[in-house]
Write a protein of this length. Structure first.
Length: 117
């Protein structure tokens, strides 16, 4: 399995749509900024057939300093972003075989990063 970066997404979107690379990059960055802004304002962001980004509270806990394992440090409650995939996304991912995911190969025979095997 490989990591797809923003650069990879922009290149693939640009090729698929015929929109200039610079314009596609601006759109992707604007999208990411809108999602971030709305989450920072406490809003939920739902993308039908993809999933929902929302906020949850991660409860505080007692942590330990690895350099001083005998001392305890209280980690306070904090807000974290959670992603809940849609039914459509869950079913697409569920159709992959576990072995193919470990090998980095999708069901159609292409590498998960978009290149052919």
């Amino acid at each position: 399995m490989t990591t797809i970066t923003k650069k990879d997404l922009v290149a693939e979107l640009s090729n698929a749509t015929g929109i200039k690379h610079a314009d596609t990059l601006a759109m992707v960055e604007a999208f990411m900024e809108l999602v971030s802004k709305n989450l920072a304002e406490g809003n939920e962001v739902t993308l039908r057939t993809f999933g929902t980004f929302d906020l949850r509270v991660a409860r505080g806990k007692i942590g330990r300093n690895p350099k001083q394992p005998n001392s305890e440090v209280m980690i306070p409650d904090r807000c974290v972003v959670r992603f809940k995939p849609s039914k459509e996304l869950k079913s697409r991912v569920a159709s992959l075989s576990v072995q193919n995911v470990h090998d980095g190969v999708a069901l159609n025979g292409s590498k998960l990063n978009g290149s052919q095997v």
